[in-house]
Design a binder for this molecule. Sequence first.
Ligand code: PLP
Length: 436
Amino acid sequence: ASEEDRFVEQHPRSAALAARARGGLLAGVPMPWMTRWPGAFPVSVASASGGRLVDVDGHEFVDLCLGDTGAMTGHALPAVTTAVAERIAAGATAMLPSEDAAWVGEELTRRFGLPAWQLAISATDANRFVLRFARHLTGRPRVAVMDWCYHGTVDESLAVLDADGRVVPRPGALGPQVDVAETTAVVPFNDLDALERRLAEGDVACLLMEPALTNIGIVLPEPGYLDGVREVTRRHGVLLVVDETHTMCAGPGGATAAWGLEPDLLVVGKAIGGGIPCAAYGVSVEIAERLNGPMLGHEIDVAGVGGTLTGSALALTAIRSTLTHALRPEDFEVAVPLAERFADGVAEVIAEHGLPWHVQRLGCRAEYWFCPPPRDGAAAAAAVDEDLEGLLHLWCLNRGVLLTPFHNMALLCPAHTEADVDRHTEVFAEAVAALT
Ligand code: PLP
């Protein structure tokens, strides 16, 4: 209660804005996840720059949330904001390609290895287009996903396995608009036998997966698992879609480049536009050859993919300037050691207190768990302790450190400093001492 009181006392302007917003916005926020922050209301942001965020009450935070990866590069990189501002002044959208388009296609190809790209507004949007392609190309009805995955608000992916192994809507998700038992196959992460058995049924168009689960804490693939997935999907004629939206934290070409993956289709969103809404999806040579003719030529109606603002001049400039000035090897060389320092600091505190907790890291991102490392999504979901998370995050927030509240996530960018990381360790240590 004292942490709640402290929060309310420290944020009178955010409180007033939140009260006012309840008059015009559903739940008082522009997007429902913003209600997931601890405290009686979310703080309102005044500005954010690099690894810092300032709220409307003048508090400065070490921002380890970074827009839940939307600002993985760090906020408001000067080179990006200049390029984007100039682009807006020169016309943000025209339903025609701008001069950045060719560069964007070449750069995405260079980073991720796939030869042909399309743009989307968000990763959710890109995933929806990719599923449409996969069903069109294979003539099969179902999409396979990992148990407790998250790929945005794509209906088919809002599915989990129940205790009897049946495919059911994901708990807590606003009802999928399709019958997931009809559209979706769900398999546990890190279980090749289960994947083999399910794909052998012959009705799956594609497997949509993250190379490591990142939305229920980080669950890393076991050695050989991803090679096995590639082999099994190929053997059953199932297209492999790698969703790199979060695993972009693994390096300049995501986990695909870092771990030598060979997806048929790849989706990447959020970070590549430096905070401007955009995403991209790429396809293999074989798929490009098939799609370039009948699907994306002028012969047939292309309704079903793309949209008015997809591939806008603004999005293309955002991607070009972001990938020119951020998420490069030299940026990861700074951010990854910071994430290592973060994980080491957390691990030390956990060990000092003899807790069964665990910290997991992937590239410049780290997350901590209140249990030993889970092997799959169901085990990870069972270990979530929302009450403890809420207490910990409120404690950190009251002391100037923001983490992503829903899964104890910290993302490090080149603008962060060792002192920022150490500040988190200090606050985390105090919280653990007080709360456990
Ligand atoms: N794919 C993955 C792996 C994600 O984690 C998310 C969102 O967290 C999405 C897709 C959807 O991204 P967006 O909400 O920007 O559409």
